[in-house]
Design a protein. Structure first.
Length: 140
């Protein structure tokens, strides 16, 4: 190939890439919005990856491909975790949602689930359990 043909070929490749970028941006305007969380960006990229190349989408939105594939990968949920979440929900209902993270951790440890405080908080968040402080009554 002559240098002119190589230059023409590289220019055609650049033109094709620019046309693809424009097409992606036209069809998926909401993907480019700044201020989105990474999770929403990844879900939108995965929806658009059925039509377009994942490599091009990640390059266009300045998102690392390795991070995209890590987020998309299904993480297996442990049966023990599901049992703990069920137990947390049941305990919260029994005590009227008055147990916070520390008391809930003590109850879980007494039941044989050996977990720490931060894991307890994570499981309570997954179970949508929030401690409610009873209102202090003032009798004047």
């Amino acid at each position: 190939m002559t240098p002119e043909q190589q230059e023409i070929q590289s220019l055609k490749k650049q033109l094709w890439r620019a046309q693809m970028d424009n097409e992606i941006l036209k069809k998926a305007h909401s993907l480019v919005c700044n201020g989105q969380s990474k999770h929403t960006m990844i879900t939108k990229i995965s929806k658009a990856s059925k039509q377009y190349n994942t490599k091009e989408l990640c390059r266009l939105f300045k998102h690392a491909r390795s991070s995209y594939y890590y987020q998309v990968k299904d993480k297996p949920v442990n049966d023990n975790v599901n049992a703990m979440i069920k137990f947390i929900k049941q305990t919260a209902i029994e005590v009227g949602h008055t147990y916070g993270k520390r008391r809930m951790q003590v109850v879980l440890n007494n039941q044989g689930y050996n977990i720490g405080l931060y894991q307890t908080v994570t499981l309570m968040n997954k179970a949508n359990v929030v401690a409610i402080r009873p209102r202090k009554r003032h009798y004047y």
